[in-house]
Ligand binder design. Structure first.
Ligand SMILES: CC(C)(COP(=O)(O)OP(=O)(O)OC[C@H]1O[C@@H](n2cnc3c(N)ncnc32)[C@H](O)[C@@H]1OP(=O)(O)O)[C@@H](O)C(=O)NCCC(=O)NCCS
Length: 332
């Protein structure tokens, strides 16, 4: 009886158009010299005006199907992590179901901001290990540039578009990917990072502008660093592993300075982290699969490696997940 879950494939996609720091210098009062040391970001990808998260998601799934010996046959649930769905409803997941003509599948978008991919993996693992599902397509897809205020230099320098997809399937216990997770939430800090279409207040605090991502960068920075450096040791304490056992740390690629600060506090080597924002910007939920794909393409991540994924973002939400990389059989 197959009772646990493993990741069997991964694919990613980013749009063609690049937005460099030099381009941003022509749009707002900023400079490459200011952006790079504070964020580690040099470029971002920007979706076309008629290109939405569902389009990027489909290309990421196609990329996975081309690179791994997985199929969409018998997928019984589609989970899409996105902070930028094409529409509130229908969900992006429903559009994926229709595009591939998948019969007998549930479809659900997950709202967990930049932690969405790790949340979706956690849900997929739980649903498969409970015996309720056997094969789940997990996608993270974002078109953040569509909710970016290009007059706000504090935020517009960060954001980019992209998507990643993985397949999670039932497997025997000795092949399982997932080891342990830890999640925390601090709704009291929600006002420091949000995007609202309807409300004018968040828990009594007035929001600035509807339709755009708004942040208090300094607060976000502090919350991200303190949360990850506090919660990662707590996660590991509940396992038989230590930081020394981790082959690759894959935190949400919000900003290289956040990752440097977390690694400094944990005394973890920054060289063992994967970061996708240098050329893709902060792609929210898509940043972790993009970083993983880069690590695989560069020959860093290998089958059997112990990975620590840490998502954090608007909410504030955080989820860290310890897992073994199990996908294999790349065709290219
Ligand atoms: C956004 C961020 C890069 C700003 O860096 P910072 O060092 O905190 O900068 P501050 O906001 O304190 O601003 C310092 C100065 O730089 C200026 N500044 C802000 N953005 C700038 C830009 N893009 N270019 C040039 N100057 C800028 C500010 O106006 C301020 O000027 P002042 O001192 O004359 O008032 C940083 O706070 C950050 O990375 N936060 C986390 C954001 C994030 O990761 N969000 C997503 C999480 S999922």
């Amino acid at each position: 009886m197959y009772s646990l879950a493993k990741i069997t494939g991964i694919g990613t996609h980013v749009p063609e158009e690049r937005l460099t720091n030099a381009d941003l210098e022509r749009m707002v009062d900023t400079s490459d010299e200011w952006i790079v040391p504070r964020t580690g970001i040099r470029e971002r990808r920007v979706s076309a005006p008629d290109e939405w998260s569902s389009h990027l998601a489909i290309k990421a799934v196609d990329n996975m199907l081309a690179r791994y010996p997985v199929t969409l046959d018998q997928v019984d649930l589609i989970l899409v992590a996105t902070a930028t769905p094409d529409t509130s409803f229908p969900s992006v997941a429903c559009q994926i179901q229709d595009h591939y003509g998948l019969p007998d599948t549930g479809a659900l978008d997950i709202s967990a901001a930049c932690a969405g991919f790790v949340y979706a993996l956690h849900l997929a693992n739980g649903m498969i290990t409970s015996g309720l599902h056997r094969k789940i397509l997990v996608i993270a897809a974002e078109t953040l540039t569509k909710i970016t205020d290009y007059t706000d230099r504090n935020t517009c320098i960060l954001l980019g578009d992209g998507a990643g997809a993985v397949m999670v399937e039932a497997c025997p216990a000795d092949q399982a990917s997932f080891i342990h997770t830890r999640m925390t939430t601090d709704g009291s800090a929600g006002i420091h990072l949000y995007k609202s279409d309807l409300a004018t207040h968040i828990r009594g605090k007035e929001i600035i502008k509807n339709g755009y991502m708004i942040q208090n960068g300094r607060e976000v920075f502090k919350i991200a660093v303190s949360t990850l450096s506090r919660e990662i040791p707590r996660l590991l304490e509940q396992t038989e592993y230590t930081l020394d056992d981790i082959d690759w740390f894959v935190p949400h690629s919000a900003n290289l300075r956040i990752i440097d600060a977390v690694c400094g506090r944990l005394d973890f080597p920054t060289e063992k982290t994967l970061f996708s924002a240098e050329y893709f910007g902060n792609t929210s939920s898509a940043s972790i699969p993009l970083a993983l794909q880069m690590g695989l393409d560069e020959g860093k991540v290998k089958q059997g490696d112990l990975l620590l994924l840490s998502g954090f973002g608007g909410g504030f939400v955080h989820m860290s997940s310890l897992l073994r990389w199990t996908a294999s059989g790349r065709r290219v």
